[in-house]
Design a protein around this ligand. Sequence first.
Ligand code: NAD
Length: 484
Amino acid sequence: MTKIAVAKGDGIGPEIMDAVLSIFNAAKVPLEYEVVEMGKWVFDKGYSNGMTPEAQQTIESLGILFKGPMETPKGKGVKSVNVTARKTWNTYANKRTFQTLHGVDTVFSKAGVPIDITIVRENIEDTYGGIEHMLTNDVALSRRFITRPGSAQVIRYAFEMAKKKGCRRITCGHKANIMKLTDGLFLEVFYEIAKEYPELKADDVIVDDLCMKLVSRPDLFDVVVLTNLQGDIVSDLCAGLVGGLGFAPSANIGDHISIFEAVHGTAPDIAGKNIANPTALLLSGFGMLRHLGLMQSAAMIENALLYTLESGQHTGDFGDKNTPALNTTEFANAIIANFGKQPAHNPKPMLQDAAITPTVFKLEHNPMLESNEEMNEFIVGVDMFIESNEQPTVVADKCLQHTLDLFKLVTISNRGTQVWPKGSVFTNLVNQYRCRFESVGDQPLTQIDIIELYKRLTADFKVCSTEILNMWGDKKAYSLAQGQ
Ligand code: NAD
């Protein structure tokens, strides 16, 4: 018996979790459950991260959390417990599998186009760091972190998973044509790791093109790996291809702790009525069983689910409106009654149960801190983000009074578009400029030089933010302004 932590969640959470656990119990799945306290009512009890210390300790000692959807109280300034859980335990890979389910009508199932796509979304970094500042009354800034070790971790997971599943193709979705350094780094790491997996066809697609291709030829895709925000959007798009969030499972995989949950929310409009569809949570449960090596239980129950869907039994949110809908409990019982039956489409093979990879629970050190930096790094300038509602030439004149012999003013941009020394009168301006200073004669600068410039600029402006301009060897470690 393996013990896992279970958090039933809010809204429809307890109803769908009870339905899924009743199916697992009927199938004699060799799992024990320790129910932990997480969710809205835990926030209400005064725990600002939405979980009790005992819940955190249990999850950290068991390593697996099976959870229902949870509500984040609005207007209390607290962070989502769902996101806190994913980040706290470094579940760096969000894996979502989308497959055609016969009995769940979609445009593609009607057209006979089969779908079996796995989206692997980076789960920690990107704009989800939530590092945001108001630079001026009118200008907000979000910092987007993409890191080499963070990208490598999720991309390696995606390749390993694709190899184990016997996939043919793995695609990197990105926007590296615009975000050359951040998405460029993700893409670079993707192709570095691809070299280790010559058996897989690795390619990349710009994310907007990817969306267009996914809705026109979803059958061409197999595994797609993306950064966090793009992955968030594309995975919901894929949920739409197979019938909606009610059929979208999710696994948040980490090296030490993994979380399995449905993608949908707490559905407050139908909570307490016993009419919610438990399929997404059940599909997430299959991912968890396979993660734990319980291949036979997963295949047996999944075949029963597929058979049930094929036979037209459904909850109220999908299926043929001319046949009566089952409630949550009845739907679970219908699946139990179909144990041992084989679906006509895509039956799951009865693989042997696999030994579980032992998990190391205590991190002795953080290997991601170790960087293979080979190139010389030196400072050649600084971007000063300043507040001003004056014209670019006025801003430039003021800046030029503070450059000493050390700095030259290279460019001024507004919302990323160059407005000085050249620009267009048609460029709209907001009250925040980026003034780029570089060293005279490309001489290396020190941080003290930059502080001196900062101090001098404060005579004329509020400096809202600064970014150092580095060179790695002969490569600029910063992007140019549009039009520079
Ligand atoms: P939602 O997914 O809860 O509901 C959207 C619509 O889908 C509703 O009409 C709902 O009735 C329906 N629906 C959702 N799941 C269903 C199911 N299993 N069976 C039948 N119908 C279902 O989205 P929302 O209304 O935007 O969010 C409600 C709450 O859930 C919010 O507090 C939000 O923060 C939270 N939420 C939690 C998670 C999570 O825990 N992972 C994810 C998303 C939203």
